[in-house]
Write a protein that binds this ligand. Structure first.
Ligand SMILES: *Cc1c(COP(=O)(O)O)cnc(C)c1O
Length: 380
């Protein structure tokens, strides 16, 4: 008998989402406008604090795209991006006809290496261009080296577009991720820590920018009695139905963070005495991770019978347990192979040896038993 599937990260409803959807139906705001949208934006602003302005959108990809437009990224411009990430961090650079420059990770946070970053900036300036933006990522929920990266960005006066898609609820020195960029984004895709089925948000620091985002996201309609457009617009708004799900999810965000972190602890103790497996953990108390996904590194030179990450992945799959290889770095992707890359082989080595394990806030004790049994049978 095939056991039910255990997902890497699946939607986890809190219970109040449907009542917000009912409100949308009752008021007939089945539209990209309405009380759920303003309510969800308000909830996010309150959660993030720091006086930020939030605009919810159809996805984080859309948010990154509009963020680049706000930062005036035009065809032929260069934009720096963390290589070790999901393609959605980088693709909007190409949407704008700009040129991505990829940067390696460092080993502590798995995110942007400040040294490779500065090398790339210096070299790009030497070649005659000042990069227009730096796209930073808090991969798997772990904050990047906020102070070091900010220092480099400020030294060369380049704005940061903070991809916080995986890091809602993470923080650095008590300040929430999603408030460190000149512009920041979140994702509420189905597998993120909270979901609106699909959706995203852009965080800006003033009301004028928020107005501009709303303008661009709703087809850039000029003030006129007819439909008139002076600028290229997009259809990137969030539906009032989806925003209703978001409002319900905000009520359980803290609980989701607690449970994701509990999953991380589950793996930390599971692998404590298993040779060759390291659970990716932040030890610096300044860094608080939501542990959206818990990831491991596999060292086949130390594991039982030289087991590698692929064997672990296939063995879990055999038991109907989903897991996923770490992100394949962008500079190794066929789509991006001809763009510049600065760094060593840190991201590449992480990709070769790393796996993300089921990390959902809705995993049951019996799910955990199945995962534990499967992994211990293989590795101990
Ligand atoms: C999920 C994700 C995105 C894209 O989010 P969507 O809302 O699906 O567009 C972007 N960047 C990172 C790092 C992500 O994990």
């Amino acid at each position: 008998m095939i056991k039910p599937k255990i997902w890497l990260s699946s939607p986890h409803m809190g219970g109040s989402e449907l009542s917000y959807i009912h409100d949308a139906f009752d008021s007939n705001w089945i539209a990209p406008f309405g009380a759920n949208i303003t309510g969800f934006e308000h909830d996010l602003e309150k959660y993030l604090s720091n006086g930020v302005f939030v605009t919810v959108l159809s996805s984080a990809t859309a948010a990154i795209h509009l963020g680049l437009i706000l930062l005036d990224v035009k065809p032929g411009d260069t934009v720096i991006c963390q290589s070790f990430t999901f393609a959605a961090s980088a693709n909007p650079i190409l949407y704008q006809g700009a040129i991505p420059i990829f940067i390696d990770s460092e080993e502590e946070t798995w995110n942007l290496c400040p040294i490779a970053l500065e090398n790339a900036i210096v070299d790009t300036i030497y070649k005659g261009q000042i990069p227009k933006a730096i796209i930073t990522v808090h991969l798997y929920g772990v904050p990047y080296k906020i102070d070091e990266i900010r220092a480099v960005a400020d030294k060369y006066n380049i704005p940061i577009l903070e991809d916080s898609a995986e890091a809602l609820g993470s923080s650095y020195r008590g300040q929430k991720c999603g408030t460190f960029g000149d512009i920041s984004v979140f994702s509420f895709n189905g597998n993120k820590i909270i979901t609106t089925s699909g959706g995203g948000a852009i965080v800006t620091s003033n009301h004028k920018q928020k107005k501009k985002i709303q303008f661009l996201a709703s087809q850039s309609k000029d003030k006129a009695p007819h439909y008139q457009h002076s600028e290229l617009g997009f259809n990137y708004q969030m539906s009032n139905i989806c925003a209703g799900i978001g409002r319900g999810q905000m009520k359980v965000l803290d609980e989701h963070i607690f449970l994701r972190r509990a999953m991380h602890n589950f793996y930390a103790s599971l692998f404590e005495n298993i040779p060759g497996i390291t659970v990716f953990t932040t030890t610096d108390p300044d860094y608080f991770s939501n542990y959206w996904l818990t990831s491991i590194l596999v060292n086949p030179a130390e594991t039982k019978n030289g087991i590698n990450k692929e064997t672990i992945r296939l063995t879990l799959l055999d038991s109907n347990i989903e897991c996923r290889s770490l992100w394949k770095p962008m500079h190794l992707q066929p789509l991006y192979k001809n763009y510049p890359f600065y760094g060593e082989k840190i991201a590449e080595t992480l990709f070769e040896n790393g796996l993300s394990l089921p990390s959902g806030s809705n995993l049951t004790d019996s799910d955990k038993d199945r995962i534990r049994t499967c992994l211990l049978n293989l590795l101990s």
